[in-house]
Design a protein around this ligand. Structure first.
Ligand SMILES: *Cc1c(COP(=O)(O)O)cnc(C)c1O
Length: 386
């Protein structure tokens, strides 16, 4: 028998989450962000569910080629633009739109031979200080692009650093309004508005957090295109302030395995490498075919205090001991009927329908759902289910 681990990709969840993004976008068009191989889900695995989007946003030419090969004829956007001048040939050939965030990318365009003028999005660094032209250089970059015969349309884009940030509740203790703009977001939006004032072109600012929280109430954040990524995959962009269920999101990936052994452990015995876990009373332990070489985080705690949640036969229990390369151990106390072959859901949806949000596992491990889903190892096969 093959090793019993797989990542189920839930078509219905992807469709639901895309519909949530579309509803939140209140009329703006929706880029489905499928960079990083669709956040670890596999571009081919999510394509059918996400092709109801208005476009696909991704990182490199290979991903763009894959989306075209799957039959997509609509817009594709390279979120970081071209990495070298040769990428422009692929953009011409595949009709791919691209972000322009630094001067060299404009020079490459000026030297590019093409019969098809390009659709580009000029990026403003509105305060995140990652990519984009400074406000003072933005208009000159726009004018230079506008003068190029290689350029047809110019969209206007920026990225928000703190769209997931909490807004301090008022001193009166009033409960926080998730739709109020955090000050840093307000500042970035102001800078974007000032730098783009009177420039024509479509605007795009919002990732998942900004789409869910601000797109409906703040037209300036909504713009003409929103760029949701993480929410499509069912992870809440502002966990733990709001869980995925609060945003109406469903897990698009279920990482499932099985018990491959059970152990009866006497009180005071240790479990796993380093003997970091010791049982306080006699307990039954299940050994799961999943480890850090599958993308499960090694740092996920399995102590007697805060421990990482896991589902066995759909019942919530916890990790015990350290995560090994190929295995981890779980407490079978809450699941007395569990046996070798019992289903283990590391995150996502169990066969019973019980859900363990990836965000809860990530929080226990001190990281985000983003990192866990992107880290699914190639040795874990994906299976697309309706
Ligand atoms: C990754 C990315 C997004 C999507 O962000 P999420 O937080 O996953 O919604 C949007 N825009 C840009 C520029 C990105 O790089």
């Amino acid at each position: 028998m093959t090793r019993p681990i797989e990542a189920l990709i839930h078509t219905d969840a992807l469709q639901n989450n895309l519909a949530r993004a579309r509803a939140a976008a209140s009329g703006a068009r929706v880029w489905a962000v499928v960079k990083a191989n669709a956040y670890g889900h596999g571009i081919a695995a999510v394509y059918d569910a996400l092709k109801a989007a208005d476009g696909f946003a991704l990182l490199d030419v290979a991903e763009a080629e894959q989306v075209r090969a799957l039959g997509w004829r609509g817009p594709i956007l390279l979120l970081e633009g071209c990495f070298d001048a040769r990428d422009l040939d692929a953009c011409s050939r595949l009709d791919v739109w691209h972000v322009v965030h630094r001067r060299e990318q404009i020079e490459w365009l000026a030297a590019h031979k093409t019969h098809v003028p390009h659709h580009v999005f000029l990026k403003l660094n509105s305060g995140m200080n990652r990519l984009g032209f400074a406000p003072a250089a933005y208009r000159a970059a726009w004018l230079r692009l506008d003068a190029l015969p290689q350029v047809d349309r110019i969209g206007l884009v920026t990225h928000l650093a703190d769209a997931d940030a909490a807004v301090d509740a008022g001193s009166d203790g009033a409960s926080e309004d998730p739709h109020a703009l955090p000050p840093s977001v307000a500042r970035q939006v102001e800078r974007f508005e000032a730098a783009t004032a009177e420039l024509p072109g479509e605007r795009s600012l919002a990732n998942s957090a900004a789409t869910l929280r601000f797109a409906a109430s703040h037209p300036a954040v909504r713009g003409d295109w929103v760029r949701p990524g993480i929410m499509l995959y069912g992870s809440s962009p502002d966990h733990p302030a709001h869980g995925s269920a609060a945003w109406g999101l469903e897990p698009a990936m279920s990482l499932r395995s099985q018990l491959i052994a059970c152990q009866d452990v006497a009180a005071g015995e240790a479990v796993g490498y380093g003997s970091t876990f010791r049982s306080e009373r006699p307990m039954r332990i299940g050994v799961v075919a999943c480890g850090y070489a599958d993308g499960y985080p090694r740092v996920a705690p399995g102590g007697n205090g805060a421990a990482t949640p896991v589902l066995v036969d759909g019942v919530r229990t916890r990790l015990v001991g350290r995560v090994s390369m190929d295995m981890l151990a779980v407490d079978l106390g809450p699941v007395p009927g569990a046996h070798v072959g019992s289903e283990v859901t590391l995150w996502g949806r169990a066969t019973s329908g019980a859900v363990l949000p990836i965000d809860e596992v990530a929080a226990a491990a001190g990281t985000l759902g983003y990192e866990l889903m992107c880290a699914r190892a190639p040795r874990v096969p994906t299976r697309v289910v309706p």
